[in-house]
Design a protein around this ligand. Structure first.
Ligand SMILES: Nc1nc2c(ncn2[C@@H]2O[C@H](COP(=O)(O)OP(=O)(O)OP(=O)(O)O)[C@@H](O)[C@H]2O)c(=O)[nH]1
Length: 544
């Protein structure tokens, strides 16, 4: 089973091809999917939560154990199948002889140790153990291997035989020891066939501890109605990374907010303080005003203790993050459709993190079981193609490019779409040149790319995603406004959320641009980007 990161679910064979577009979960639910009012401050009872977390932890450990245990049968199977295959590719080069023992049927060949190619033929009746100095036992795949691997394998086998020679075996045990030596030689020389299909990278061994971080992540997942058996170690790791990334923003917000909001109706001073805090976190003026008005309204009606006031604030923020300019709420998740071409154009100014984001996205896509391709259409900046190629290598995804400097990016995109159509690609990620909004020709180039995409692939699902550097805060938003007007942007990818105190810019992006946030990046590593979830973001932003 593949964990589909876009759907935040394991794909099983049944529904891997179906495409349910599910809303982002915003409703808090008790463990085992019992519904609880989203606005309520009720969290799963602590014992239930602990049990849930323990079950999730056991599940994560079990997944890791299964993965660890997997290679063993593969080797055994491979060795067995090698034993079964008996026809060498070139019978003139190597003649295979069945040894005169009933089982197992291991091929033998007698060769002079110094001669590797051509390998001399063997008399059928020869028993390898009779002339140990001149004969070796080799596995059948050697018959088809090139001379160099044969030499290496023979060295391995010779080592095994040398060990056997130093410890003489009584005659009545010889047959058994020969058999074991041959099996060992066979295992040592077995060639494991590579998997024909591209499989997602195996999950890492669960090294996470059952600690407060784990329990916090478990609570966030349980509150979204997830079940312990659905949880993957990567989800836990990501939530911890996100929370750590938002440390700076959170630390300057939560404690002060708590001190202010838990004291009945907001006084003029409290309003000023909250305003300052939110503006410092780059939430933006418009969004700040809205938040304060809603808080004020609630706190005038009832006195809330600090924890409940913060819970109410979380609800306000989630509602703000889950709306787009079409007024859709909750927002459908952005999930590439299986068995059809999806094209995502990745745009943004230089240095925002476009290329890195493409690398991370392609990794996520492959992991989630999608056939993926990258188009290196940033032909404007020297080295951009090489940079994207190296990310392609890291995520095991092919890159379509034209290495000539200033090649026509629209032509690269045209070629990439042709390649994607021929290969049955499901997700094509297009890297574009970093455009400053005042560079009119570059903006026109982007429109040209868009026209090519629309024309050449009318049936594809197209998204135009703007990469925004969150450390730029409100300044980044000004650039984004220009892009959003001229480039038909459909969503935002917020990068560099780690290490900035301006995490509140996410709220400003949605409020000011009316665009949904689709992914967030919180680090430079390949795993440091995930689909955006307003619930998880707000929990990480305002958790204790
Ligand atoms: N800390 C952190 N750094 C990031 C993140 N995403 C990207 N970066 C870094 O930001 C820098 C610029 O990233 P690029 O991917 O080269 O940016 P770009 O938008 O492609 O830039 P151009 O190729 O010049 O257009 C690199 O050093 C990245 O490692 C992130 O989420 N967190």
């Amino acid at each position: 089973m593949v964990f589909n990161w876009f759907r935040r679910k394991f794909d099983d064979d049944k529904d891997a091809n179906s495409q349910p577009v599910e809303p982002v979960q915003t409703e808090a639910k008790a463990p085992e999917s019992e519904a609880v009012d989203s606005g309520s401050t009720v969290s799963p009872a602590s014992q239930d939560l602990l049990n849930w977390a323990k079950a999730a932890y056991a599940n994560v450990q079990q997944q890791a154990d299964v993965i660890e245990a997997q290679p063993a049968p593969e080797i055994a199977e491979s060795a067995e199948s090698e034993e079964r295959s008996v026809v060498p590719e070139d019978p003139n080069k190597l003649e295979i002889t069945e040894p005169p023992i009933a089982e197992p049927a291991i091929a033998t060949v007698e060769i002079a140790p110094q001669e590797v190619a051509p390998i001399s033929a063997t008399e059928p009746e020869l028993i390898p153990t009779e002339s140990p100095e001149n004969s070796v036992v080799i596995s059948q795949e050697l018959a088809t291997a090139e001379s160099a691997p044969i030499a290496t394998d023979i060295e391995k086998i010779e080592k095994i035989e040398t060990i056997a020679e130093t410890a003489p075996v009584p005659f009545w045990l010889q047959s058994e020891s020969d058999r074991l030596a041959r099996i060992a030689a066979l295992e040592a020389t077995a060639i494991i066939e590579p998997e024909p299909e591209v499989k997602p990278a195996p999950r890492r061994r669960a090294t996470i501890k059952f600690d407060d971080d784990f329990i916090w992540s478990a609570e966030v997942l349980a509150s979204q109605g997830r079940r312990p058996e659905e949880i993957s170690v990567e989800e836990i790791t990501w939530l911890n990374r996100l929370r750590q990334g938002l440390d700076k923003t959170r630390l300057s917000l939560v404690n002060q907010l708590k001190a202010i909001v838990g004291q009945g109706p907001l006084s003029a001073d409290s309003v000023d303080d909250i305003e300052a805090l939110l503006l410092q976190a780059d939430v933006g003026v418009k969004a700040t005003d809205l938040i304060i008005a809603k808080l004020q309204e609630k706190l005038r009606k009832e006195v809330l203790p600090p924890e409940e006031a913060i819970a109410y604030l979380k609800q306000i923020l989630r509602e703000m993050l889950d709306v787009n300019n079409k007024g859709e709420s909750p927002l459908p998740m952005l999930i590439p459709e299986k068995s059809q071409l999806n094209i995502w154009l990745i745009t943004g100014v230089n240095g925002a993190g476009k290329t890195t984001t493409i690398g991370k996205l392609s990794h996520l896509s492959v992991k989630s079981g999608y056939k993926t391709l990258i188009a290196a259409a940033d032909t404007f900046r020297a080295a951009a193609v090489e940079q994207v190629k190296s990310w392609g290598q890291r995520s095991n995804v092919d890159v379509i490019c034209n290495p000539a400097q200033n090649a026509d990016p629209a032509a690269v995109v045209f070629d990439a779409i042709s390649a994607a159509q021929a290969r049955g690609t499901e997700l094509l990620l297009v890297d574009t040149a970093g455009r400053l909004q005042n560079k009119k020709n570059l903006m026109e180039e982007l429109s040209k790319i868009r026209r090519i995409v629309d024309k050449k692939s009318a049936e594809a699902k197209i998204e135009s995603l703007l990469v925004l550097d969150s450390t730029l805060g409100q300044n980044g938003l000004k650039q984004a406004e220009v892009f959003a007007q001229s480039a038909g942007i459909t969503g935002v990818i917020l990068t560099k959320l780690d290490g900035t105190a301006k995490g509140g810019v996410a709220i400003a992006v949605v409020q000011q641009l009316g665009l949904p946030i689709r992914f967030i990046g919180a680090g430079e590593g390949i795993e440091d980007l995930r689909p955006f979830s307003s619930y998880e973001f707000v929990e990480a932003l305002l958790s204790n």
